[in-house]
Design a protein around this ligand. Structure first.
Ligand SMILES: CC(C)(COP(=O)(O)OP(=O)(O)OC[C@H]1O[C@@H](n2cnc3c(N)ncnc32)[C@H](O)[C@@H]1OP(=O)(O)O)[C@@H](O)C(=O)NCCC(=O)NCCS
Length: 169
């Protein structure tokens, strides 16, 4: 996508990543976090020990971080090892321009190369851009829970999306 690129995150990116997520924690029901996590949380994602765990960023031509996507544990029990949960957040200022369509496939490709069998994503509803992004990136909606989150004084539904990665790259 002109003007933007994706690359693996480095330690220098963590404060920008934390700031993007903190804004979402405080203003959006997209995440069920109620308090922004500290930098150690992001350092753990950067240093993920599992081969299927990745943290990618979308950057401007000046290498400023405008978004990130990561894969992480779906559930801790070891038979889930080849399944990873994914997440993606962009800065408010760059949404709706196709950066999600650039960054998320890059993450899925990286996951597939590292042997991940399937990706799972939880989408708090409503979130039309996230649902569209997941479908556009080959995910299928596999279920929906009613009222599993309580944030900003209301119950929030959550949809599960799944993408098999065996046919990637
Ligand atoms: C969800 C998010 C990552 C999508 O990235 P994006 O760069 O804004 O989306 P893109 O421009 O790449 O568009 C992706 C798809 O969503 C559609 N879309 C984008 N914005 C939309 C909107 N406001 N309403 C409906 N559809 C929208 C696009 O048309 C595209 O679908 P298509 O390819 O079928 O035409 C981004 O908006 C974001 O960071 N949102 C806040 C955090 C969040 O909700 N993260 C996901 C948690 S599950």
């Amino acid at each position: 996508m002109p003007g933007y690129a994706t690359r693996s995150a480095t330690e220098r990116d963590l404060s920008a990543i934390a700031s993007i997520y903190s804004h979402a924690v405080e203003h959006s029901h997209a995440t069920f976090d109620l308090e922004p996590p500290d930098l150690a949380y992001w350092t753990a994602r950067l240093d993920g020990q599992h081969p299927g765990d990745h943290l990618l960023v979308a950057v401007t031509e000046e290498d400023d971080v405008v978004g990130y996507a990561y894969s992480w544990s779906f559930r801790p029990r070891p038979a889930y090892d080849y399944t990873r949960e994914t997440s993606i957040y962009l800065d408010n200022s760059v949404r709706g321009q196709g950066i999600g369509r650039m960054l998320y496939p890059a993450l899925l490709q990286t996951m597939a190369i590292s042997g991940v069998h399937t990706a799972i994503a939880a989408v708090a509803l409503p979130n039309p851009s996230s649902e569209r992004l997941h479908v556009a990136c080959g995910f299928e909606k596999v279920g929906q829970f009613a009222g599993v989150g309580w944030k900003f004084g209301q119950w929030i539904d959550m949809a599960w999306y799944q993408r098999m990665l065996v046919n990637l790259p």
